[in-house]
Structures are given as C-alpha cells and as structure tokens.
Ligand binder design. Structure first.
Ligand SMILES: [Zn+2]
Length: 106
C-alpha cells in the first residue's frame, strides 16, 4: 500500500485595500500627479530623510502596486508609502490541502 500523497498549495492573497482604492488614496498624497504609468507623489521616507523636494519619488502604478523611485529596494520606503496609503499589512498566506479540497469538491 502506498501512502497517500497530500499536496500542499501555498497561495498568497492580498487582503489589503483594492487597487482602485489605493490609487484613489495616492491622489490625496502631497504633490500627487497623474502620469501615464500611475500616480506620482512625495515619498514620506524620502521627505523624512530630507529628499524629494520635487514630491515625485513615490509612485502607485495603475495596477495598485507602489514603489519609491529613489530607493526601490528599501523596505523602509515601501512601508512608509504603504502607511501613507493605509495599506500596511502582510499578504495572508493560505495553505490549501489539495486532497482535502478535491475530496470535498468531487
Ligand atoms: Zn523614498
């Protein structure tokens, strides 16, 4: 008898605000300007560090994702932008037991 295999699927689900809402909130940020790629505005972390006098380092893209153009890899900038947008929080990680799922469905 072979042992039954249970495949576990890990899925990341975004449980924060919808992209439309994030874009709407971006429009309320200091220096907000609509560009072809999305909404540009002042990055709160750059501001605190004494940069971004042009108020255009942060961007929320049209798909609702955000970044800082000055420090793209810096978590502190991403988090500062997330906080300003009310989008703090980690995506929920959901583990699905595939066999249990199919047992229930089939
Ligand atoms: Zn920044």
């Amino acid at each position: 008898m072979s042992e039954e295999q249970h495949w576990v699927i890990l899925t990341q689900i975004w449980d924060g605000p919808a992209p439309e809402l994030i874009i709407q909130r971006a429009l309320d940020q200091p220096g907000a300007k609509r560009r072809r790629m999305g909404i540009k505005f002042q990055c709160p972390q750059c501001r605190d560090d004494g940069h971004d006098r042009h108020r255009d380092n942060a961007i929320v893209f049209n798909d609702g994702k955000w970044a800082c153009a000055y420090a793209p890899g810096e978590v502190s900038h991403k988090q500062a932008i997330a906080k300003a947008l009310g989008a703090l929080g980690e995506p929920a990680e959901i583990a699905l037991d595939e066999k249990a799922f199919y047992d229930e469905v089939l």
